[in-house]
Design a protein around this ligand. Structure first.
Ligand SMILES: [Fe+2]
Length: 131
């Protein structure tokens, strides 16, 4: 039997181009919104071609000491230089980066997951303290 824990990969984004990178302050204010950016390929650019691309990124929040998981956002990247003239001849490419503005009322962990159409699911996490 397969489950997600056996197929989702993790790695240091500085050495692996697929690992999503979560960027935000380490500490949030409980009564304010904060901006969270998630990207793939920050250190080592991921290929973005008609044949090979990052399809989507999801961002979740796992509150500390609570079994809940909260889906904060989802972005799909749908332009990969497709064209009637052929693969990689198109006039537009989307690059895998998403921004979410969120208010977190308790400390916890942000979890990002990305999907490469060739290399599968990748995750990363970042602990957030809320004061
Ligand atoms: Fe890939």
């Amino acid at each position: 039997m397969a489950d997600f824990s056996t197929i989702i990969k993790t790695a240091d984004f500085k050495t692996e181009k697929h690992a999503p990178v979560i960027e935000c302050e380490n500490s949030f204010k409980a009564d304010a919104f904060s901006v969270i950016t998630v990207s793939v390929g920050k250190e080592i650019r991921h290929p973005n071609t008609t044949e090979h691309f990052i399809s989507w990124i999801d961002l979740y929040f796992k509150p500390e000491g609570n079994g809940a998981v909260i889906h904060l956002g989802h972005s799909e990247f749908t332009a990969h230089a497709e064209s009637a003239q052929g693969a990689n001849q198109g006039m537009a490419l989307s690059d895998p980066l998403m921004t979410v503005k969120a208010q977190l009322k308790v400390s916890g962990t942000l979890l990002a997951m990305s999907y490469c159409n060739i290399h599968g699911l990748w995750q990363s996490e970042k602990n957030i303290t809320v004061g």
